[in-house]
Ligand binder design. Structure first.
Ligand SMILES: NC(=O)c1ccc[n+]([C@@H]2O[C@H](COP(=O)([O-])OP(=O)(O)OC[C@H]3O[C@@H](n4cnc5c(N)ncnc54)[C@H](OP(=O)(O)O)[C@@H]3O)[C@@H](O)[C@H]2O)c1
Length: 284
């Protein structure tokens, strides 16, 4: 495998991390084939198996983003990994989530990790990032009337920039042998409560921003009723927010610097870079 021939299939290739992974790989002179249901190099739909083989043709490695907003996908992913092996792929970098190694094997995100750990024809790198900073600048946790509404209580998380997750992923895909079997937890440099995040964003945009620590069940049922998430995904939202609220959110690791040689982005630097996302909230 030479670098000029190496090609990575980037699932979620139009998403927050996949788009950045593809850009990084291309910037390094490596091949990247983005895959999504629309707007990518190849059409790939987890629910349409006929799209899987063509997407995998000739690839050496895969950036694996599993079906989003779902709870039951381990079987689908396992079939896909079988196909990837048959197609000649040799390495998978899997975007998992922080702390999932503590979750039961029935959790699909964990089940995919266990599946990868059991395979011998593929090497793997597992990324378990903290919550992504971009949640605050896109439609995941929108700033509405000066409030960030999420039931995380006084708990903190070492929120991480999607750019840093992508930078770690890029290293693993560019040098799979060096990262075979690795498990990284990319995080930001500091654990912050959402109230602290709100204060930082408020400083950057020049208006007060507060954390609205809403009742968890009300928040979940509101998200389901509004059609933002399917009802079964409520279980995952409960787990994700409950983990932070109970003080078990991610804590800073050295993994971004260790893998990329560059320290992770701070929330303040991310907010300055993303100021346009909150343009409607900025002083006139
Ligand atoms: N949000 C967080 O704080 C956080 C933290 C840790 C880990 N994660 C993990 O990050 C993953 C999401 O990655 P991301 O944030 O980079 O992506 P993202 O921005 O959520 O985008 C999702 C990507 O997947 C594609 N996609 C959605 N449904 C698909 C389907 N049925 N078939 C094929 N492709 C589909 C989307 O494109 P199309 O819609 O055009 O298909 C898009 O490219 C999730 O597994 C999540 O658990 C998130």
């Amino acid at each position: 495998m030479t670098h000029s021939q190496q090609t990575t299939l980037v699932l979620g290739g139009t998403g927050r991390t996949g788009s950045r992974v593809a850009k990084n790989l291309i910037g390094r002179g490596l091949g990247a084939r983005t895959a999504a249901r629309g707007g990518a190099d190849v059409r790939f739909d987890w629910d349409d198996k006929s799209t899987h083989g063509p997407a995998l043709a000739g690839v050496d490695s895969v950036y694996l983003v599993t079906p989003v907003m779902r709870v039951d996908f381990a079987g689908q992913v396992s079939d896909f990994l079988d196909l990837a092996e048959e197609a000649g792929a040799r390495h998978i970098t899997y975007l998992s989530t922080y702390g999932i190694e503590q979750a039961p094997a029935e959790f699909a995100i964990r089940a995919v990790e266990l599946d990868l750990l059991g395979r011998t024809r593929l090497t793997h790198s597992i990324l378990r990032p903290g919550w992504v900073m971009q949640n605050f600048s896109d439609d995941h946790l929108p700033l509405v009337d000066g409030l960030i509404t999420v039931p995380t209580g006084d708990g903190a998380d070492a929120f991480v920039d999607a750019e840093d997750i992508a930078a770690v992923a890029t290293e693993t895909l560019a040098n799979p042998e060096a990262h075979a079997g690795a498990q990284y937890a990319p995080t930001g440099p500091e654990a912050l409560t959402v109230a602290e995040v709100a204060a930082i964003i408020g400083d950057v945009i020049g208006r007060p921003v507060k954390h609205n620590d809403i009742d968890r069940e009300a928040w979940i049922s509101g998200a389901v009723a509004a059609g933002f998430v399917p009802a079964p995904y409520g279980e995952i939202l409960r787990w994700l927010t409950g983990t932070i609220a109970s003080g078990k959110g991610s804590r800073p690791t050295d993994d971004v610097r260790k893998v990329t040689g560059v320290p992770p982005t701070s929330l303040a630097d991310f907010a300055k870079r993303s100021i346009l996302a909150w343009a409607g909230q900025a002083p006139r």
